[in-house]
Design a protein around this ligand. Structure first.
Ligand code: SF4
Length: 368
């Protein structure tokens, strides 16, 4: 065989950014093949740009990072500490965890957060359902079973985070919600016709009218980049992740009470779309941002709970309604669609209450 006819032996594919090092992964968002070093750089730089362009933080602010021990919040704690140092944000960072009281899940994941506290040198505050509400999720599930448990958990967590943030005297809470989470939430809110949540779920900062605003620096960051990038490179199947590459210490077990229901289907649907069109996740977020709410749509007015003083559009906040049900041995009191409970909390306990089911991201993470 002549030399010309010999099949060319192809060398390793080079990183399309630096053109020097070997590409080891394909970015899910752009499908670029890049090396590990360039991946770190673009990953961190994109988050820095999001923070700067959206003015998420101001110098001197105290920021609590909602930390569950899961991959998203662990990467967030790591990246925010790095960027804070590198770009002199001048932030005082803290880790804030909520202990729902779920044996075999949260107790283990909190051990991870405690290690993160030492690894990143960030002070940690843990607030527990037991201390705040007198109930653990284990006790709640014992009473109510595995239906609606996430409604209780999501409502309690939201308030617990605010209470923890107030104890830390922080200016803002940063959460690890990523682009996939936000796209799922857009879809779920459309399916449920939940206009109020749809209008705010794509905002990078929420709750500015409430006690402590929350922001999502990972709003445009794909879950796969944080966690799992399956790639086929040089005929080798490799698993690459920012968390994995950086050898970050995180907890990856799912909650033992996870229902894996409605949100799970939305998640699968979005993953299918992403397989066909990687930009689908960003497109759904953009669609959510572009929804305009008709001025004739009545939005709930924010007030304060008569019982505990927390923000509420009803007489009692959702947590107080649910708690009342638990304490009276009538856990269905706060579940369902009836508005009667808040109109007359004591009158009719058999008809159910005014809280709509909210499933949290499953889970470890924080409800929007
Ligand atoms: Fe709570 Fe999440 Fe577990 Fe549901 S899946 S019980 S919201 S920790």
């Amino acid at each position: 065989m002549e030399a010309d006819a010999m099949p060319k032996k192809s060398g390793p594919r080079l990183c399309c950014i630096c053109n020097q090092r070997r590409a080891v992964l394909k970015r899910p968002k752009t499908l670029e093949q890049i090396c590990r070093e360039c991946f770190y750089e673009v990953f961190e730089e994109e988050i820095h740009q999001v923070i700067v362009e959206n003015q998420l933080f101001k110098p001197g602010e105290r920021i609590a990072i909602g930390a569950s021990g899961g991959k998203d919040s662990t990467v967030l704690a790591y990246v925010l500490s790095e960027l804070n140092r590198r770009h002199n944000y001048g932030l005082d960072l803290f880790l804030l965890s909520v202990d729902e009281g779920i044996t075999g899940y949260r107790d283990d994941s909190l051990e991870t957060v405690k290690r993160n506290e030492l690894q990143y040198g960030l002070p940690l505050k843990i607030v527990s359902y037991k201390d705040l509400y007198g109930w653990t999720m284990d006790e709640i599930v014992k009473m109510i079973g595995l239906k609606n448990n996430c409604t209780f958990c999501g409502v309690f967590r939201r308030q617990a985070l605010d209470r923890g943030a107030a104890l830390l005297k922080v200016d803002k809470v940063a959460t690890g919600h990523n682009a996939d989470d936000i796209a799922e939430t857009v879809l779920l809110n459309i399916l449920r016709g939940d206009i109020a949540r749809l209008s705010r779920c794509t905002s990078i900062t929420t709750g500015e009218d409430g006690p402590i605003p929350r922001c999502k620096p990972f709003k445009y960051t794909y879950e796969k980049e944080i966690f799992l990038i399956s790639l086929s490179c040089q005929n080798l199947n490799k698993i690459s992740t920012y968390a994995y590459f950086k050898k970050l210490d995180y907890f990856s077990t799912e909650c033992i009470y996870s229902p894996n229901a409605y949100r799970g289907f939305a998640r699968e649907f979005i993953k299918d779309l992403e397989r066909i069109r990687p930009r689908a996740i960003l497109d759904i977020i953009t669609s959510g941002e572009n929804f305009r709410i008709s001025t004739s749509t009545k939005m709930p007015e924010q007030g304060t709970c008569e019982r505990c003083g927390y923000i509420s559009s009803q007489k009692w906040c959702k947590a107080c309604v649910l708690l009342e049900g638990l304490n009276r041995g009538l856990p269905k009191l706060g579940i369902g669609r009836s508005r009667g409970l808040n109109n007359d909390i004591k009158k009719d306990t058999k008809q159910g209450g005014g809280t709509k089911s909210i499933e949290s991201k499953q889970c470890g993470s924080l409800d929007f």
